[in-house]
Structure formats: structure tokens, C-alpha cells
Design a protein. Structure first.
Length: 126
């Protein structure tokens, strides 16, 4: 069972590396490491597929929330090719105005095939 647990945790770790990549080149590499070439990302604000579009969504989040970082909100729970986890978007002052919950589907190679994201906490007016 630990091999599967590691598989989910590794996929989520690569996911956070992508979301926290600040430089364009770093972001491109991190997205390619985390997602399959035809991987998708869907949340209430975005519905995209492919590395370029996923990287654009992440870059837009960094523009909207400069200096913020994404962090896991607890443990990763998974079975078969699916895992779920919560996350927070943390401001430089340590507050976390945005939080959510994502469900990912993994490909055979351990990369993400699809993300379904849900926003649990969003700042007023965002």
C-alpha cells in the first residue's frame, strides 16, 4: 500500500512545485513534470488542457496574487488512479485568504491526467 501512497504524494508534490514556480522556464518544466501532455485543469474559474494552457492559468494566479504561495492543507488521500487533497494560498503575511480542495486523476506514469478543483474560501470581491 505504501507504494500507492507514495505515488499520490509524489504527484501532489509535483503539482505544488508547478503552482509555486515563479519563473517562466521553471513553470514550463514543472508543468511538464506534473501533467501528461494532454492533461487538464478544471476549476470554477478555468477549464484548460495541455501544458501551455495549464501554465498560463498558474501564471495568471501569480499575477493576481503576487508573492503568495500554495501549500497543502493536510494529508493526501487516494485510491486506484485518483487522489484528493486540500490546499491554501498563503499571503506574504502568513494569512491564507484562498483555500480549496482538488481531486486528481493519475496516468500510468504517475503524472496528472486531470485536475478537478473546488474553491472553499475566496476573498470578497475576488
Amino acid at each position: 500500500m505504501s507504494a500507492n501512497t507514495d505515488r499520490y504524494e509524489n504527484a501532489v508534490a509535483r503539482y505544488f512545485e508547478a503552482w509555486n514556480a515563479a519563473e517562466p522556464e521553471e513553470l514550463t518544466k514543472a508543468v511538464a513534470a506534473a501533467w501528461t501532455a494532454d492533461g487538464s485543469y478544471t476549476d470554477p474559474l478555468a477549464d484548460v488542457a495541455g501544458h501551455e494552457q495549464i501554465a498560463a492559468v498558474i501564471a495568471a494566479a501569480h499575477e493576481q496574487f503576487p508573492g503568495f504561495t500554495f501549500r497543502p492543507g493536510g494529508t493526501v488521500d487516494g485510491h486506484h488512479d485518483t487522489a484528493r487533497f486540500s490546499w491554501e494560498l498563503v499571503a506574504p503575511d502568513g494569512s491564507a485568504p484562498v483555500a480549496g480542495f482538488d481531486v486528481i486523476t493519475l496516468a500510468e506514469d504517475g503524472r496528472i491526467r486531470a485536475v478537478l478543483g473546488f474553491l472553499d474560501r475566496v476573498p470578497p470581491g475576488a
